[in-house]
Ligand binder design. Sequence first.
Ligand SMILES: CC(C)(COP(=O)(O)OP(=O)(O)OC[C@H]1O[C@@H](n2cnc3c(N)ncnc32)[C@H](O)[C@@H]1OP(=O)(O)O)[C@@H](O)C(=O)NCCC(=O)NCCS
Length: 151
Amino acid sequence: MTAIQTGISICTASIRDVSSIMRLEQVCFAKDSWTLLDVILVLTLPDEIHLKALAEDGTMAGFAAASIKRNENAGWITTLGVFPSYRNQGIGSALLEACESSFGLPFARLTVNINNQPAIELYQKKGYQQIDLWRRYYRNQEDAIVMEKRL
Ligand SMILES: CC(C)(COP(=O)(O)OP(=O)(O)OC[C@H]1O[C@@H](n2cnc3c(N)ncnc32)[C@H](O)[C@@H]1OP(=O)(O)O)[C@@H](O)C(=O)NCCC(=O)NCCS
């Protein structure tokens, strides 16, 4: 477990966290949120990273997941979310950095909705650069920016 600031720690999420993660997905992504099956798979399959940020009272403040793709020399961040009341305290950054540290590969990659300015700013600040644009990638037909960081 890693302490990132007073009262917040980052540790591996488990199947016991399914309902908190589902709630977070709904709050963060609404119609684009993961299904129950998506969440269960990410928590159980090999080569999946799943990290949660916990507040001092044990409440889940945020969650991030990533897939290790050794054939691409990269880890792909597949979801990152922080509950609104815990935002702007460095938790999103800390979850991102914890994922990157766990990859053991030269690159981190992710997709972000072209209209999601807070997330784009976070990723740029953390050293990610646009490498591609995937048109109509999301369910609502919005475009995805593909970003990469050399670790
Ligand atoms: C994106 C998200 C994870 C950021 O989490 P967070 O804990 O608030 O992020 P941090 O506190 O670590 O912020 C780090 C940087 O991100 C940027 N940022 C965060 N929120 C921002 C906002 N509302 N507007 C602009 N920039 C923002 C800033 O550059 C910030 O650095 P600063 O604090 O020095 O200004 C959070 O807003 C969230 O859960 N959003 C909904 C889900 C989502 O969009 N996830 C990303 C999917 S790709």
